[in-house]
Design a binder for this molecule. Sequence first.
Ligand code: FAD
Length: 406
Amino acid sequence: MQRIVVVGAGMAGGRAAAEVRARGFAGEVILLGAEPHRPYDRPPLSKAVLSGRIDDTTLPFDLDGVEVRLGRRATGLRPGTVETDAGPLDYDGLVLATGADPVTLPGDGPQRVLRSIDDARDLRGALRPGVRLVIVGAGWIGAEVATAAAAIGAEVTVVEAAASPLFAALGAQVGRCTIAWYARAGVTLRLATAVERVTPDGLVLAGGEELIADEVVVGVGVRPGTAWLAGSGLALDRGVVVDEHLAARWTHGADGADGDRPPVVAVGDCAAWWSRRYGRRLRVEHWDCAQQSPAVAVSTLLGGEAVYDPVPYFWSEQFGRMVQFAGLPSAEAAPVFRGDPGVVVPPDGGRPSGWSAGWFAPDGRLEALVTVGRPMDMVAGRRLMAADGIPDRERFADISVSMKEL
Ligand code: FAD
Protein backbone atom coordinates (compact mmCIF):
# COMPACT_ATOMS: atom_id res chain seq x y z
CA MET A 1 0.00 0.00 0.00
CA GLN A 2 1.58 3.25 -1.12
CA ARG A 3 -1.02 5.96 -0.68
CA ILE A 4 -3.80 6.40 1.88
CA VAL A 5 -6.32 9.13 1.21
CA VAL A 6 -8.58 10.48 3.96
CA VAL A 7 -11.64 12.41 2.77
CA GLY A 8 -13.00 14.88 5.34
CA ALA A 9 -10.72 16.89 7.64
CA GLY A 10 -12.89 17.03 10.77
CA MET A 11 -12.29 15.28 14.08
CA ALA A 12 -12.60 11.76 12.63
CA GLY A 13 -10.57 12.44 9.45
CA GLY A 14 -7.83 14.32 11.28
CA ARG A 15 -7.56 11.61 13.89
CA ALA A 16 -7.47 8.90 11.20
CA ALA A 17 -4.63 10.64 9.34
CA ALA A 18 -2.66 11.07 12.58
CA GLU A 19 -3.31 7.44 13.47
CA VAL A 20 -2.00 6.19 10.11
CA ARG A 21 1.25 8.05 10.75
CA ALA A 22 1.43 6.96 14.39
CA ARG A 23 1.27 3.34 13.25
CA GLY A 24 4.39 3.85 11.17
CA PHE A 25 2.79 3.69 7.72
CA ALA A 26 5.65 4.63 5.41
CA GLY A 27 3.69 5.62 2.31
CA GLU A 28 1.98 8.84 1.34
CA VAL A 29 -0.97 10.15 3.45
CA ILE A 30 -3.26 12.80 1.98
CA LEU A 31 -5.97 14.49 4.06
CA LEU A 32 -8.58 16.22 1.93
CA GLY A 33 -10.95 18.75 3.51
CA ALA A 34 -13.69 20.87 1.96
CA GLU A 35 -13.38 23.57 4.64
CA PRO A 36 -10.47 26.01 4.63
CA HIS A 37 -9.59 25.03 8.23
CA ARG A 38 -7.34 22.36 9.71
CA PRO A 39 -9.27 19.81 11.83
CA TYR A 40 -11.10 21.54 14.68
CA ASP A 41 -13.41 20.56 17.49
CA ARG A 42 -17.15 21.13 17.00
CA PRO A 43 -18.71 20.71 20.49
CA PRO A 44 -17.36 24.08 21.72
CA LEU A 45 -18.98 25.86 18.75
CA SER A 46 -22.42 25.94 20.40
CA LYS A 47 -20.92 26.56 23.84
CA ALA A 48 -17.70 28.53 24.41
CA VAL A 49 -17.38 29.90 20.86
CA LEU A 50 -20.97 31.11 20.69
CA SER A 51 -20.75 32.77 24.06
CA GLY A 52 -17.46 34.43 23.07
CA ARG A 53 -15.18 32.69 25.57
CA ILE A 54 -12.94 31.19 22.88
CA ASP A 55 -12.54 31.67 19.16
CA ASP A 56 -10.26 28.87 18.00
CA THR A 57 -10.90 25.15 18.48
CA THR A 58 -8.16 23.74 16.24
CA LEU A 59 -7.33 20.18 17.33
CA PRO A 60 -3.74 19.44 18.37
CA PHE A 61 -3.28 16.48 16.00
CA ASP A 62 0.22 15.56 14.96
CA LEU A 63 -0.14 15.75 11.17
CA ASP A 64 3.58 15.72 10.52
CA GLY A 65 4.16 13.88 7.26
CA VAL A 66 0.50 14.20 6.24
CA GLU A 67 -0.23 16.24 3.13
CA VAL A 68 -3.20 18.37 4.16
CA ARG A 69 -5.19 19.71 1.22
CA LEU A 70 -7.78 22.20 2.44
CA GLY A 71 -10.60 23.83 0.47
CA ARG A 72 -10.74 20.68 -1.69
CA ARG A 73 -13.90 18.65 -2.10
CA ALA A 74 -14.34 15.03 -3.13
CA THR A 75 -17.02 14.84 -5.79
CA GLY A 76 -17.17 11.16 -6.72
CA LEU A 77 -15.67 7.73 -6.16
CA ARG A 78 -14.73 4.66 -8.15
CA PRO A 79 -12.59 1.76 -6.97
CA GLY A 80 -9.05 3.11 -6.56
CA THR A 81 -9.83 6.74 -7.40
CA VAL A 82 -11.47 9.68 -5.61
CA GLU A 83 -12.76 12.36 -7.97
CA THR A 84 -12.14 15.81 -6.55
CA ASP A 85 -12.78 19.38 -7.64
CA ALA A 86 -9.05 19.54 -8.40
CA GLY A 87 -8.95 16.34 -10.47
CA PRO A 88 -8.73 12.60 -9.76
CA LEU A 89 -6.74 11.24 -6.82
CA ASP A 90 -5.73 7.57 -6.78
CA TYR A 91 -5.58 5.64 -3.52
CA ASP A 92 -4.48 2.25 -2.22
CA GLY A 93 -6.49 2.71 0.98
CA LEU A 94 -9.33 5.16 1.62
CA VAL A 95 -10.86 6.59 4.80
CA LEU A 96 -14.26 8.26 4.45
CA ALA A 97 -14.80 10.89 7.15
CA THR A 98 -17.20 13.37 5.58
CA GLY A 99 -19.33 13.89 8.69
CA ALA A 100 -22.86 15.18 8.39
CA ASP A 101 -24.73 18.17 6.97
CA PRO A 102 -27.53 20.04 8.77
CA VAL A 103 -31.07 19.69 7.51
CA THR A 104 -32.69 23.00 6.51
CA LEU A 105 -36.34 24.06 6.24
CA PRO A 106 -38.41 25.08 3.22
CA GLY A 107 -38.91 28.77 2.53
CA ASP A 108 -37.19 31.75 0.95
CA GLY A 109 -36.16 33.52 4.15
CA PRO A 110 -32.65 33.51 5.63
CA GLN A 111 -31.95 30.62 7.98
CA ARG A 112 -28.79 29.80 9.87
CA VAL A 113 -27.41 26.39 10.81
CA LEU A 114 -24.61 25.66 13.24
CA ARG A 115 -22.15 23.12 11.94
CA SER A 116 -18.88 24.90 11.14
CA ILE A 117 -16.68 27.38 12.97
CA ASP A 118 -17.65 29.95 10.35
CA ASP A 119 -21.35 29.34 11.16
CA ALA A 120 -20.56 29.83 14.86
CA ARG A 121 -18.60 33.05 14.37
CA ASP A 122 -21.29 34.48 12.07
CA LEU A 123 -24.06 33.62 14.52
CA ARG A 124 -22.10 35.06 17.44
CA GLY A 125 -21.82 38.31 15.50
CA ALA A 126 -25.61 38.41 15.13
CA LEU A 127 -26.41 37.79 18.80
CA ARG A 128 -26.99 41.09 20.60
CA PRO A 129 -29.19 42.11 23.53
CA GLY A 130 -32.77 42.39 22.33
CA VAL A 131 -32.31 40.63 19.00
CA ARG A 132 -35.35 38.46 18.28
CA LEU A 133 -33.98 34.98 17.76
CA VAL A 134 -36.16 32.01 16.86
CA ILE A 135 -34.57 28.59 17.14
CA VAL A 136 -36.31 25.73 15.40
CA GLY A 137 -35.74 22.46 17.29
CA ALA A 138 -35.40 21.85 21.03
CA GLY A 139 -32.79 19.13 20.56
CA TRP A 140 -29.19 19.22 21.79
CA ILE A 141 -28.04 22.02 19.49
CA GLY A 142 -31.22 24.11 19.91
CA ALA A 143 -30.93 24.00 23.71
CA GLU A 144 -27.26 24.98 23.62
CA VAL A 145 -27.84 27.89 21.22
CA ALA A 146 -30.75 29.06 23.41
CA THR A 147 -28.46 28.94 26.46
CA ALA A 148 -25.77 31.11 24.86
CA ALA A 149 -28.22 33.53 23.21
CA ALA A 150 -30.29 34.07 26.37
CA ALA A 151 -27.12 34.79 28.37
CA ILE A 152 -26.20 37.46 25.82
CA GLY A 153 -29.64 39.05 26.29
CA ALA A 154 -31.31 38.01 23.05
CA GLU A 155 -35.08 37.56 23.06
CA VAL A 156 -35.19 33.82 22.43
CA THR A 157 -38.09 31.62 21.29
CA VAL A 158 -37.60 27.90 20.68
CA VAL A 159 -40.14 26.17 18.47
CA GLU A 160 -40.36 22.39 18.72
CA ALA A 161 -42.63 20.03 16.77
CA ALA A 162 -42.61 17.30 19.45
CA ALA A 163 -44.39 17.42 22.80
CA SER A 164 -41.14 17.80 24.77
CA PRO A 165 -37.57 18.95 24.28
CA LEU A 166 -35.01 16.21 23.49
CA PHE A 167 -37.90 13.94 22.51
CA ALA A 168 -36.00 11.95 19.88
CA ALA A 169 -33.04 11.26 22.18
CA LEU A 170 -34.64 10.86 25.60
CA GLY A 171 -38.37 10.36 25.06
CA ALA A 172 -41.21 12.50 26.44
CA GLN A 173 -40.97 11.60 30.12
CA VAL A 174 -37.35 12.66 30.57
CA GLY A 175 -37.53 15.41 27.95
CA ARG A 176 -40.38 17.07 29.90
CA CYS A 177 -38.07 17.43 32.91
CA THR A 178 -36.09 20.04 30.97
CA ILE A 179 -39.06 22.31 30.11
CA ALA A 180 -38.63 24.41 33.26
CA TRP A 181 -34.99 25.12 32.34
CA TYR A 182 -36.14 27.23 29.38
CA ALA A 183 -38.55 29.38 31.40
CA ARG A 184 -35.97 30.00 34.12
CA ALA A 185 -33.50 31.23 31.49
CA GLY A 186 -36.15 33.58 30.09
CA VAL A 187 -36.57 31.53 26.91
CA THR A 188 -40.03 31.03 25.41
CA LEU A 189 -40.58 27.40 24.49
CA ARG A 190 -43.38 26.47 22.10
CA LEU A 191 -43.93 22.72 22.02
CA ALA A 192 -46.03 20.68 19.58
CA THR A 193 -45.54 23.49 17.09
CA ALA A 194 -44.56 22.60 13.53
CA VAL A 195 -42.94 25.06 11.17
CA GLU A 196 -44.20 25.37 7.61
CA ARG A 197 -41.56 27.65 6.12
CA VAL A 198 -38.97 30.33 6.73
CA THR A 199 -39.83 33.78 5.37
CA PRO A 200 -37.88 37.04 5.11
CA ASP A 201 -39.70 38.16 8.32
CA GLY A 202 -39.32 34.99 10.36
CA LEU A 203 -41.42 31.84 10.25
CA VAL A 204 -44.84 30.67 9.20
CA LEU A 205 -46.10 27.92 11.48
CA ALA A 206 -48.31 25.04 10.41
CA GLY A 207 -51.78 26.54 10.65
CA GLY A 208 -50.66 29.88 9.26
CA GLU A 209 -49.49 31.83 12.34
CA GLU A 210 -46.52 34.12 11.66
CA LEU A 211 -43.61 34.35 14.07
CA ILE A 212 -41.50 37.46 13.53
CA ALA A 213 -37.75 37.04 13.96
CA ASP A 214 -34.56 38.98 13.27
CA GLU A 215 -32.63 35.71 13.12
CA VAL A 216 -33.72 32.13 12.56
CA VAL A 217 -31.48 29.21 13.58
CA VAL A 218 -32.50 25.75 12.44
CA GLY A 219 -31.37 22.79 14.56
CA VAL A 220 -33.55 19.93 13.40
CA GLY A 221 -30.92 17.29 12.73
CA VAL A 222 -28.32 16.28 10.20
CA ARG A 223 -27.91 13.95 7.24
CA PRO A 224 -24.75 11.92 6.66
CA GLY A 225 -22.37 13.67 4.26
CA THR A 226 -22.60 10.97 1.62
CA ALA A 227 -24.46 12.67 -1.27
CA TRP A 228 -21.20 12.75 -3.25
CA LEU A 229 -21.03 8.92 -3.07
CA ALA A 230 -24.43 8.35 -4.74
CA GLY A 231 -24.04 6.14 -7.78
CA SER A 232 -20.46 5.16 -6.84
CA GLY A 233 -21.45 1.56 -6.14
CA LEU A 234 -20.38 1.80 -2.51
CA ALA A 235 -23.07 0.40 -0.18
CA LEU A 236 -25.02 3.29 1.40
CA ASP A 237 -27.93 3.15 3.79
CA ARG A 238 -28.39 6.35 5.82
CA GLY A 239 -24.60 6.54 5.91
CA VAL A 240 -21.71 4.51 4.56
CA VAL A 241 -22.53 0.87 5.32
CA VAL A 242 -19.58 -0.64 7.20
CA ASP A 243 -19.07 -3.86 9.12
CA GLU A 244 -17.93 -4.21 12.73
CA HIS A 245 -14.35 -3.51 11.58
CA LEU A 246 -15.60 -0.32 9.85
CA ALA A 247 -14.85 -1.73 6.38
CA ALA A 248 -17.13 -0.55 3.56
CA ARG A 249 -18.27 -2.74 0.68
CA TRP A 250 -19.21 -2.31 -2.95
CA THR A 251 -22.66 -3.30 -4.09
CA HIS A 252 -21.49 -4.52 -7.47
CA GLY A 253 -18.47 -6.48 -8.64
CA ALA A 254 -17.28 -9.92 -9.62
CA ASP A 255 -19.29 -12.52 -7.61
CA GLY A 256 -20.47 -9.74 -5.34
CA ALA A 257 -17.01 -9.69 -3.75
CA ASP A 258 -14.72 -6.71 -3.44
CA GLY A 259 -11.93 -8.72 -5.09
CA ASP A 260 -8.71 -6.80 -5.35
CA ARG A 261 -10.31 -3.39 -4.95
CA PRO A 262 -8.36 -1.19 -2.57
CA PRO A 263 -9.91 -1.17 0.90
CA VAL A 264 -12.31 1.57 2.03
CA VAL A 265 -13.25 2.31 5.64
CA ALA A 266 -15.58 4.93 7.15
CA VAL A 267 -15.46 6.75 10.49
CA GLY A 268 -17.36 9.30 12.57
CA ASP A 269 -20.74 10.80 11.71
CA CYS A 270 -20.90 9.37 8.18
CA ALA A 271 -20.37 5.71 9.17
CA ALA A 272 -23.31 3.32 9.68
CA TRP A 273 -21.58 0.41 11.39
CA TRP A 274 -22.73 -3.05 12.34
CA SER A 275 -22.90 -3.22 16.13
CA ARG A 276 -22.24 -6.64 17.68
CA ARG A 277 -23.55 -5.35 20.99
CA TYR A 278 -26.94 -4.21 19.67
CA GLY A 279 -27.27 -6.64 16.74
CA ARG A 280 -28.12 -3.86 14.32
CA ARG A 281 -26.65 -1.07 12.28
CA LEU A 282 -25.96 2.19 14.13
CA ARG A 283 -25.00 5.66 13.02
CA VAL A 284 -24.22 7.95 15.90
CA GLU A 285 -23.46 11.65 15.47
CA HIS A 286 -21.43 12.00 18.64
CA TRP A 287 -17.96 13.29 19.35
CA ASP A 288 -17.00 10.05 21.11
CA CYS A 289 -17.59 8.09 17.89
CA ALA A 290 -15.46 10.52 15.83
CA GLN A 291 -12.81 10.21 18.52
CA GLN A 292 -12.72 6.40 18.94
CA SER A 293 -13.67 4.94 15.55
CA PRO A 294 -10.55 6.05 13.57
CA ALA A 295 -8.16 3.76 15.50
CA VAL A 296 -10.31 0.74 14.60
CA ALA A 297 -10.76 1.81 10.96
CA VAL A 298 -7.04 2.45 10.44
CA SER A 299 -6.21 -0.92 11.99
CA THR A 300 -8.62 -2.51 9.50
CA LEU A 301 -7.08 -0.63 6.59
CA LEU A 302 -3.64 -1.88 7.57
CA GLY A 303 -4.79 -5.50 7.87
CA GLY A 304 -5.80 -5.70 11.56
CA GLU A 305 -8.88 -7.33 13.13
CA ALA A 306 -10.02 -4.66 15.61
CA VAL A 307 -13.76 -4.37 16.31
CA TYR A 308 -15.72 -1.17 16.96
CA ASP A 309 -18.46 -1.90 19.49
CA PRO A 310 -19.05 1.03 21.84
CA VAL A 311 -21.92 1.96 24.11
CA PRO A 312 -22.78 5.32 22.49
CA TYR A 313 -22.00 8.34 24.66
CA PHE A 314 -22.88 12.02 24.38
CA TRP A 315 -22.81 15.14 26.54
CA SER A 316 -24.40 18.55 26.32
CA GLU A 317 -24.20 21.72 28.38
CA GLN A 318 -27.55 23.46 28.66
CA PHE A 319 -28.81 26.25 30.91
CA GLY A 320 -25.88 25.80 33.29
CA ARG A 321 -26.27 22.03 33.55
CA MET A 322 -24.06 19.21 32.36
CA VAL A 323 -26.27 16.61 30.69
CA GLN A 324 -24.70 13.27 29.77
CA PHE A 325 -26.29 10.39 27.97
CA ALA A 326 -25.08 6.86 27.22
CA GLY A 327 -26.59 3.72 25.74
CA LEU A 328 -29.62 3.07 23.58
CA PRO A 329 -33.04 2.84 25.25
CA SER A 330 -35.52 0.46 23.63
CA ALA A 331 -38.71 2.20 22.58
CA GLU A 332 -41.00 0.50 25.09
CA ALA A 333 -38.88 0.87 28.25
CA ALA A 334 -40.03 3.50 30.80
CA PRO A 335 -37.27 5.37 32.64
CA VAL A 336 -36.53 4.85 36.34
CA PHE A 337 -35.59 8.13 38.05
CA ARG A 338 -32.79 8.59 40.55
CA GLY A 339 -33.26 11.90 42.35
CA ASP A 340 -35.97 14.48 41.76
CA PRO A 341 -35.79 16.44 38.48
CA GLY A 342 -38.11 19.07 40.00
CA VAL A 343 -35.67 20.17 42.72
CA VAL A 344 -33.98 23.43 41.78
CA VAL A 345 -32.70 24.49 45.20
CA PRO A 346 -32.58 21.75 47.85
CA PRO A 347 -34.29 22.38 51.22
CA ASP A 348 -30.91 23.06 52.89
CA GLY A 349 -30.27 25.82 50.33
CA GLY A 350 -27.09 24.10 49.12
CA ARG A 351 -26.13 23.04 45.63
CA PRO A 352 -28.67 20.87 43.82
CA SER A 353 -27.50 17.26 43.72
CA GLY A 354 -28.81 16.68 40.20
CA TRP A 355 -30.69 13.64 38.99
CA SER A 356 -30.36 10.71 36.65
CA ALA A 357 -32.72 8.37 34.85
CA GLY A 358 -32.05 4.86 33.60
CA TRP A 359 -33.78 2.59 31.10
CA PHE A 360 -33.78 -1.13 31.81
CA ALA A 361 -34.06 -4.04 29.36
CA PRO A 362 -36.61 -6.81 30.10
CA ASP A 363 -33.71 -9.00 31.32
CA GLY A 364 -32.73 -6.31 33.86
CA ARG A 365 -29.69 -4.88 32.09
CA LEU A 366 -29.20 -1.13 32.25
CA GLU A 367 -29.73 -0.09 28.61
CA ALA A 368 -29.33 3.66 28.77
CA LEU A 369 -28.64 6.38 31.29
CA VAL A 370 -29.04 10.14 31.34
CA THR A 371 -27.42 12.16 34.10
CA VAL A 372 -27.91 15.84 34.92
CA GLY A 373 -25.11 17.27 37.03
CA ARG A 374 -24.07 13.78 38.16
CA PRO A 375 -20.91 12.86 36.28
CA MET A 376 -19.96 10.10 38.72
CA ASP A 377 -23.28 8.34 38.00
CA MET A 378 -22.30 8.46 34.34
CA VAL A 379 -18.83 7.01 34.91
CA ALA A 380 -20.29 4.09 36.88
CA GLY A 381 -23.24 3.71 34.50
CA ARG A 382 -21.05 3.46 31.42
CA ARG A 383 -19.02 0.74 33.11
CA LEU A 384 -22.18 -1.13 34.02
CA MET A 385 -23.53 -0.95 30.47
CA ALA A 386 -20.24 -1.99 28.87
CA ALA A 387 -20.22 -5.04 31.16
CA ASP A 388 -23.95 -5.82 30.56
CA GLY A 389 -24.46 -5.37 34.32
CA ILE A 390 -27.83 -6.00 35.98
CA PRO A 391 -28.23 -3.45 38.79
CA ASP A 392 -30.91 -3.66 41.44
CA ARG A 393 -33.63 -1.22 40.34
CA GLU A 394 -34.66 -0.17 43.83
CA ARG A 395 -31.10 0.63 44.78
CA PHE A 396 -30.68 2.43 41.45
CA ALA A 397 -33.66 4.64 42.31
CA ASP A 398 -32.16 5.47 45.73
CA ILE A 399 -29.89 8.45 45.10
CA SER A 400 -28.16 7.92 48.45
CA VAL A 401 -26.69 4.65 47.08
CA SER A 402 -23.58 5.23 45.00
CA MET A 403 -23.88 3.92 41.42
CA LYS A 404 -20.51 2.27 41.96
CA GLU A 405 -22.18 -0.01 44.51
CA LEU A 406 -24.94 -1.24 42.21
P1 FAD B 1 -17.30 16.51 10.92
O1 FAD B 1 -16.79 17.09 12.17
O2 FAD B 1 -18.59 17.01 10.35
O3 FAD B 1 -16.17 16.63 9.81
C1 FAD B 1 -16.40 16.25 8.47
C2 FAD B 1 -15.55 17.13 7.58
O4 FAD B 1 -15.61 16.61 6.26
C3 FAD B 1 -16.08 18.56 7.50
O5 FAD B 1 -15.03 19.48 7.71
C4 FAD B 1 -16.62 18.66 6.07
O6 FAD B 1 -16.49 19.96 5.53
C5 FAD B 1 -15.74 17.67 5.33
N1 FAD B 1 -16.35 17.17 4.11
C6 FAD B 1 -17.64 16.83 3.91
N2 FAD B 1 -17.83 16.41 2.64
C7 FAD B 1 -16.63 16.49 2.03
C8 FAD B 1 -16.19 16.18 0.72
N3 FAD B 1 -17.01 15.69 -0.21
N4 FAD B 1 -14.87 16.39 0.43
C9 FAD B 1 -14.00 16.87 1.37
N5 FAD B 1 -14.39 17.17 2.63
C10 FAD B 1 -15.68 16.97 2.95
N6 FAD B 1 -21.04 15.75 20.19
C11 FAD B 1 -20.99 15.42 21.51
O7 FAD B 1 -20.78 14.25 21.83
N7 FAD B 1 -21.17 16.37 22.47
C12 FAD B 1 -21.43 17.67 22.18
O8 FAD B 1 -21.59 18.49 23.08
C13 FAD B 1 -21.50 18.05 20.81
N8 FAD B 1 -21.74 19.31 20.47
C14 FAD B 1 -21.78 19.66 19.15
C15 FAD B 1 -22.03 20.98 18.81
C16 FAD B 1 -22.08 21.36 17.47
C17 FAD B 1 -22.35 22.79 17.12
C18 FAD B 1 -21.90 20.39 16.46
C19 FAD B 1 -21.98 20.80 15.01
C20 FAD B 1 -21.66 19.08 16.78
C21 FAD B 1 -21.59 18.69 18.13
N9 FAD B 1 -21.35 17.38 18.51
C22 FAD B 1 -21.29 17.03 19.83
C23 FAD B 1 -21.17 16.33 17.49
C24 FAD B 1 -19.70 16.12 17.14
O9 FAD B 1 -19.05 17.34 17.02
C25 FAD B 1 -19.62 15.33 15.84
O10 FAD B 1 -20.14 14.05 16.10
C26 FAD B 1 -18.22 15.24 15.28
O11 FAD B 1 -17.74 16.52 14.94
C27 FAD B 1 -18.19 14.36 14.05
O12 FAD B 1 -16.91 14.38 13.50
P2 FAD B 1 -16.66 13.92 12.00
O13 FAD B 1 -15.21 14.13 11.77
O14 FAD B 1 -17.28 12.61 11.75
O15 FAD B 1 -17.50 14.94 11.11
